[in-house]
Structure formats: structure tokens, C-alpha cells
Design a protein around this ligand. Sequence first.
Ligand SMILES: [Fe+2]
Length: 478
Amino acid sequence: MHRLYSLAFGAVAAALTFTASSASAASLTRQPYLQRVGPDTATIAFRLDGNCVPAVRYGPQGSTNQSAQSADAGRNHAIVLSGLQPGTEYTYLVEACGARTNPVRFSTAPVPGTRSVHFTAVGDFGMNNADQRSVANAMLAREPELFLMLGDNAYESGTEAEFQNNLFVPMAPLLAQVPSVAVPGNHEYVTNRAQPYFDNLYLPTSSTGGEHYYSFDWGHVHFVGLDANCAMGMASQDRCSLASQRKWLEQDLAASDAPWKVVFLHYPPWSSGEHGSQPLIRREFTPLFEKYGVDLVLTGHDHHYERSQPMKGNAVGPSGERNPTYLVVGGGGAALRPFATSKPSWTVVRNDQDHGYLDVKVEEGTLSAQVLTPSGKLVDSFTLTKDLPPAPQEEPPVTADPGSPPTAEQPSPTPPVVTPTPGTVTGNPGLPGGPEDEEDVDGLGPNAPAGCSTGPAMALLPAGALVLAGALRRRRRR
Ligand SMILES: [Fe+2]
């Protein structure tokens, strides 16, 4: 377990302000946030109100004796730290115009293949309200290695000002200390096809989709982020189309030999909330999830929590067969929406009364998930298990970009078994194959973006996928 985050929340918030000033001192108008963190690299992004060339001072074991300088004196900065050690705690601060922030800490991604991963995820939070803050602070207190943003990250329309005020301000302590990745929701696409989203976040990339969709390995988990808006035809087709994304997804999943696969996107293939299941997403993507052994699919859009049975096609999958579990984790801060219908038979657990987030630990062949409210109330918990082949003691040194072909063949893991842990509210387990399992697949509903079909084509940020480099070491446990 990390020794990160030993600072109390109040101290964390205070630490993110400049502590000295001079006649030329700048102010940090956006606190530092961690992007594109890999085993040997991290990008520290921030916004400065001043005319000087800032730098990040950093180092392991509490030191800040190394420095990386920005390329210019502009307003927005994203300073890349390289040559870092995997799975290592670093301290960093921003230095600009004679002033500096107090230091905070983060950890790099583990050695690829490390069989211990801890991440959190939630969507529909970009409100700048008390619920969002309490969810974010609760996630930070769990000390995750990685945070997945599931879309609708900056209400109401994903404007530049809304990203600043509804994402970066209320979630500053979390984003400064926990590496994050994101997928866009429909609200981001209200403004210029999500251009402010792409301008403000530094995400992994794919060869055909840029930052729209991408994958990366973190430990022994393969993560895939999809832009479901592309499938809906809301993106510029030369940047991101349903066909190109689907083709890339199949190649990416086929190439991965990671024992665990997690996909995250905004629109849910399975939901009994206000918007409901998204038929196009289910039809176009879930066959690939099933074919290539995706274990968990994380979504938002509907403002509630819901867990499905392992699903196959339009029904609950046969018992004992490997199929994906679908989660809606849309309680990140926006107003909750009550379920309008009785609980479907395919739903294991659902909750429309509590804001909360998903916390997942993957240790060897056991994935343990909890859904928690900010006060610590357990909304749901479950485990997926599978037998993994023995971990190799020595692995060949490689440099692998996200989505690159596997470097070593491993026997396929056995299908996962879903086991509710004690205390889980399991509800009706559902009956496979019955007519009630043919979900009422609504269209997009009132939350579908309007007015986002105009505006200039989005410009992709420079390529900079997570670099899963670094000498591979003997597998270790944390
Ligand atoms: Fe949404």
C-alpha cells in the first residue's frame, strides 16, 4: 500500500497554493493535475497567471532535487517528467516566478504485469457542488493508484469555463495526487464537439482515434477507454467514427494478453434508469466485449448505481460462462434520478438514493469491487475470480505502447466467477433467457446533446500515449 496521501485533506488543499511571492510572482489559476502517468513518466499540467517559465521540481523519497522546465512562458503548461522508476512514490511542486507550491506526492504506474492494481471510477460529477467534492475526497482517502472519469465531467455544456470551475477546482486535491484518465460524456459534446475536453486533458492515444479512444495496461489490467459519442455520430467522422473505433477495439482486445480487461465509456449498454440501455452501444460493442473476455464494463450517463448479471447478447448469460458484468456508476455529483420502473431481472443491485463511487482492487486472480458513499456506506460489493497461470519470474525487457501486441504468450485464464461478498445487497439474481430479459432499449432520451453538430473539427493534441517503458523487474507485490 502506498504511503501516499498522509496529508489531511485540509492540509492537502492548503499545500496546493503558492507559499511565497515576489514582485513578479505568478498565481496558479489551475492547480497541478497528473496526466499520462506510466511506469517511467508523468505529466504535470497546471495553469499559470504570470509571465515566466515555470518548472516542476520532483524526486523520490521526499526529495525535490530534480527539475523539469516548461518550454515557454505561456498560460497553460504540461511538463513531462521522464526517467521515473515504476511503482515509486514521488514528491513534486511547481516553481514559477519566484514562488513555489508546497509539495504533494503521487506514485508512478507499477511494473507492467504486476498483479496488484487499485483504481476508482465514477461519472456524472462535474457540478462544482458539495456532493461532487465529498465523492472526490472519499476517493482520495481510499488511496487509489488510478482514477477513471466516466463522462459528463464538466456540466452543463463542457465549456472551457465549466472545465475550470466544475472539474479542476472542486477535484483539485484528487487530481493532484491520483493519476486520472477520462472518457467524454454527452455534455462535453454540447460545446464544439468536446473541444474543451480535448484541450484540457492529456490522455493516452490510439493510432486511429487519437485521444477519443485508447488503451493502456496498468499492472495486470488492460484498460480501454471508448468515446461512445463517436458511435452516435456526434464526432467529426474524419476524427472518430463508429466503424474506425469498432475496428480498433477488436484489434486492441485481440492483441491483449492481460488477464483482466476493463472497458469504460459513458453510455451504458445496460441500465434501468431514466435514459435506459443504449441499443446502439449494445449492438455494436458488447459482442466484442464477450468475444475477447472483457470482465467489467464501467459506464455512467444515468444518475444512479446499477450492476448487471454477466450478460450475453440481450439476456443474462448462461451460468458458468464467461461474460461481462456491466456497471452504471453515475452518482458522482449530479442530481440523482429515481428509477421509474421495477427492478429488471437482469439487475443484481441498483441504488438511486446515494451518491457514491466504485473502488476496485485486483489482486492476482481476484477482482474485488465495492461501491461506497462518501460516508463509507456500502452500496454494493462483489468479486470476480479466475485462475491465473504462474507469474513469470523474469520477463524480457520491452517497451510497449498501449495496445501493442503481447510480448509473451500466456495460457488463457479461466472464466471469472462472480461471488457477492458478505454484506452485498444482491437482490433478484434474474432468470436467464426469459422474455423479461429482452431489455426495453430506449433511444438516447432527453440527455442527448443538441447543437453539437456544428463547429470546427477538433484538433488532436500531440500524440503522447502512456509509455509503458522501463526495465521490467522481477515481479513484486505491494
Ligand atoms: Fe450523460
